[in-house]
Design a protein around this ligand. Sequence first.
Ligand code: GRF
Length: 215
Amino acid sequence: MSQACKTAILISGSGSNLQAFVDAVNAGTLDLNLTVVFSNNPNAYGLQRAELAGIATACIQHNDYPDRESFDRAVIAELDRHEPELLILAGFMRILSPGFVKHYAGRILNIHPALLPLYPGLNTHQRVLDAGDAWHGSTVHFVTEKLDGGPCILQGRLQTIAGETADELQQRVQAIEHQIYPQAAGWVGSGRVEFRDGATWIDGKRADQPETLTF
Ligand code: GRF
């Protein structure tokens, strides 16, 4: 029997996506070995979620380091004690240095609350409403040096509702995230999805469009 993929989850805040991973592993629907939860923010509620779930935690504050590179080197040293095979960015509010991305090349996933390549960056829900878009959603993608620009794996989409607020839309999108992120990570952990030649490969075929689920 193959060993479950050793996985580190990086957070800065609430950690509702982290909780979705914990719940999926506990329910037996996700075969990952969650070895450590790392935060740059000691007050992140997600650290409490990890402790409750019996997962090791680690915290290093970026303010204690003179620059991005030295902070990232400290994070690598901490994470590598746990020998992660997969890194899950789940609301980790740090831009990663090229050295960090290279160190874990093809093994870092992120979830971005938009239908990439639409709306990289922050404040996506309000921007979608302001533009009057009919569709919105969230994207799981491999992380490369380009912010919110790595190859996509899985998108979940929904239709916007006339008159809804950015907060309401965010909550609906987050509910999707809690389903698609563990699902996509499971695909990577099992080897069904790979990062190769700068692209996503699904079942041995290059996938230039992500899988899409409509909610
Ligand atoms: C998620 O909505 C995700 O799209 C973004 O950060 C948020 C993290 O939320 N990258 P949580 O900490 O998992 O609740």
